[in-house]
Design a protein around this ligand. Structure first.
Ligand SMILES: [Zn+2]
Length: 166
């Protein structure tokens, strides 16, 4: 028996492969100037949509279509949204169009996040202190949030606490 037969590829979960590590550039020319004119950068890195919103999400006209602004940003800067997935905000800031804060998830995951645990500041501090000690997946289970949220909290400068109903 050779070592090769023992070597199994690590199990890759879909969430791992879809995590976004690349940093998009504000003002990227793949989006029109009229898009960027409606965006302001917040201290935590969110690109907040200042234009029209519906249900808390920014809207942007593309041709005859009144599209979701964060989705437009994702498709321009990252690529087509994979079939059956929708961009979810890791920063929990609905008007944000920063593609580094978006993660494609299934509708089921998005719904689960909708009823997400309300993390307190103490939770967030604890999650950061446990970085590298407890796996992101275990932390996600323990706190009732989705895997991607843990990485965002641990990497992110700040975390926007969900407002009631938001
Ligand atoms: Zn954001």
């Amino acid at each position: 028996m050779t070592g090769a037969t023992l070597a199994r590829p690590p199990v890759r979960h879909q969430e791992d492969t879809l995590m976004l590590d690349q940093s998009p550039t504000f003002g990227d020319l793949r989006l029109p100037a009229r898009f960027w004119a409606k965006v302001r950068v917040l201290p935590n890195g969110c690109w907040e949509w200042m234009g029209a919103c519906r249900g808390g999400y920014g809207r942007f006209h593309v041709g005859n279509r009144n599209a979701l602004a964060h989705r437009v940003a994702y498709e321009a800067l990252v690529g087509p949204m994979p079939d059956g997935l929708q961009p979810d905000h890791l920063c929990r800031n609905r008007p944000c169009v920063n593609t580094a804060h978006l993660e494609p998830v299934t509708n089921a995951v998005n719904c689960r996040r909708g009823s997400r645990a309300k993390l307190t500041e103490i939770d967030v501090r604890m999650i950061r202190e446990l970085r590298g000690i407890i796996s992101q997946r275990k932390l996600a289970q323990a706190y009732g949030v989705v895997y991607g949220n843990i990485g965002f909290i641990q990497r992110g400068e700040s975390w926007i606490f969900p407002t009631p109903g938001g």
